[in-house]
Design a protein around this ligand. Sequence first.
Ligand code: SAH
Ligand code: MG
Length: 195
Amino acid sequence: MLDRNQLAKIKETAFENNIPIMVDATAEYLQEMIRKNKVHHVLEIGSAVGYSAIMMCEEEDVTVTTIEKDEGRYLEAVRNVEKMHLQERIHLLHEDALEVELNELYDLIFIDAAKAQNKKFFERFSKNLKPNGVIVTDNMKFHGLVDQKLNEIESKNLRQMIRKIHDYISFLQNHPDYVTEFLDIGDGLAVSHRK
Ligand code: SAH
Ligand code: MG
C-alpha cells in the first residue's frame, strides 16, 4: 500500500508549483488496468515530479522506468520516490526521450510528455512494447481544447499544438499494427493495443 499521507503532500506541492500531474480518474484507470492486465514493467515518458510513476506502483510487483528531461523536475522526482521508499521499483532517467535508447520490453508504455511529440514517442518506443502490451497516451483532449473549433482559438502556438493532437489521433486511427480506443477519462486517454 502506498503511504497516503506522503502521497497527499506530493500532490499538494505539485499543485502549488503548477506541475501538470494526472487527475485522480486517470490514476485510478491506470491502477485498474495494471491489475487486470497483470502489468509488471511500465515505461513512462514524462515523469514530472514522479507522481504518476508512484501511483502506478500501487500493485507490489510493478516496476516503472520513467524519463524526464527537466533537471529540476527530475531531482524532485528523485526526492519524492525516496520519500515513498520506492527507489527499488522506480528507475528515474534524466534524459530526453527523443534521444535515449532503451532495450528492455514493457507491458505498458505511458506517454505523458510534450504533446506535440506524441507521434515521435509512439514510433520510438513501439519496439520496446511486449507482444501483448498496451500504449496509453494522456491529455488527448488537451484541457478540452481539442474539441474546440480552430478558428475560435486565438493563440497561434495553441492552434499548432491542437493540429498536432488531431494529427496524432488520425495517426492512431490509421495505424496498421494497433487498435486504439479513445476514452473520456480525465483529460482524455488513447489506449492502443497491438493487433
Ligand atoms: N506524468 C506526470 C506528468 C508529466 S508532465 C504525472 O502525471 O505526474 C510532462 C513532463 O514531460 C514534463 O515534466 C516535461 O519536462 C517532460 N518532457 C517533455 N518532453 C520530454 C522529452 N522529450 N523527454 C523527457 N521528458 C519530457
Ligand atoms: Mg498528463
